[in-house]
Unconditional design. Sequence first.
Length: 538
Amino acid sequence: MFAKFAVGILKQRTLRSVLVSFVLACILLNMPATAADKVELAMDVSKPGAKIDRNLFGQFAEHLGHGIYEGIWVGRDSKIPNTHGIRNDVVTALKAIKVPNVRWPGGCFADEYHWRKGIGPQRAVSLNPNWGGVTEPNTFGTHEFMDFINQIGSKAYLSVNVGSGTPQEAAEWLEYMTSAQGTTLAKERTANGHPDPYIIPYLGIGNESWDCGGNMTPDYYLSQMKIYSRFVRNFNPEQQDKQQMLRIAVGPGGDGPRWTEWTDTIMKAYQHHTWSWDMNGLSMHNYTVVNWQNKFASTGFGESEYAQFLKETLKMDDLINTHSAIMDKYDPEKKVALVVDEWGSWYAPSPGSNPGFLVQQNSQRDAILAALNLNIFARHADRVRMANIAQMINVLQAMILTDKEKMVLTPTYYVFKMYAPFQDSTFVPVTFNAGTYTHDSVTLPRVDAIAAKDTNGKLWLAITNLNPNQPVEIEAGVEGGSVKSAAGQTLTAPKVDSVNSFDAPNTVVPKPIAAKVQGGKISLQLEPKSVTVVSVEQ
Ligand code: AHR
């Protein structure tokens, strides 16, 4: 009897202690950051760094899935409000993020694109064997692209066909677009509605020529690139002295010996280049994919996939270091830009979608991923002067998703909007002890931050809290000075896989955040898994 009673008491006590531990654990998990958790940041405005080129915030629009057709182009007769066939809602949204340049028409598509099919009143219908094997109506061609660029206030980054085209075809495209003289091609452009020559600031010579662009060796590509560089000319009178067209050569797609050899071959040739050819940029492609054979899902994931994916994306920094080091060897003055013209998350296709259309949702994980990559680019701004997230609408890590007349802005869109003040700003070094956030075997920095002064001299600070469970308290100051106030926006979400859907478009939207000021420093409480951008008054 006594024994039974004693066991009963013991059970009750064990139960109580389990309950107490459980309650304590819950309190700890939800506890606000303590002073010990505080991250101190110091911005050193006396040591300005490189210009953070606006082109780091570039976009990529390929003829792929619903990236162009439905995403941009709905046609003049569509019930969806449009201007010359280009949807107005998308234009308004893109204007708000100040898109500096758009790379077009691909991607792999570019190396099978024949521009003549996309001009004039009669358009040939061709195929898109790379992406779903669907028909390509060519209704969105040269003039429609340039109209779109004009409507959103951006610049054209044209990718010419090296894989299945010829230097002559590409040279004629450029003559058609840029000649102010009365050549037959310029007259054809006039007849098609555009008497003035177009401005083409950026020219990509091929795409992934080591793979879908023709499986070339570095030496073979190099000899092709020299020919295109020589003969594909820009005749626009406004682009002869100032605003000269920049030529971007195909660069690496990874970090193994195959890729370092590629960069080495092109850059070594560049070092000894003569008057007859030139290049101003070397492209690099790097997607965040943990496993190409078994890609992660874009929704319905947990903390483990969140942490693994962010760990993978941070490899962008090593990749840039690897290829920058080779470029430094041959181009110490950093004349040639490293152009990361395809980057972003690549997940398994959304269930029920055409796998060739690369449809995926976009979550708070993508927002964090975007901020981390933009921060990496900014820290390498002396060499990385252009980058294009893949892709702008309805494909991969998109800014915008559309479904017929509906449109939704993604978490990634909001990061680009919040980061707009960093376009053409001057990098300001910021020191901080990032700390760590660990989940299972994955350890990541707990916070990441960049600072910069915009073109009006205003100071901006962007801070990401990678930890999805804990807030972080930030104390930020300016070396040798004091700060009066700081305010801006923060983007977080209920869960790491929260998305904006057509039915619930405002699940992940930025909200205002203001800092407290004490002793000339600002204090900010950052929510878990958040991206925050504030302007700092000194
Ligand atoms: O962005 C999708 C594809 O990825 C591009 O067409 C190609 O360049 C890359 O492999």
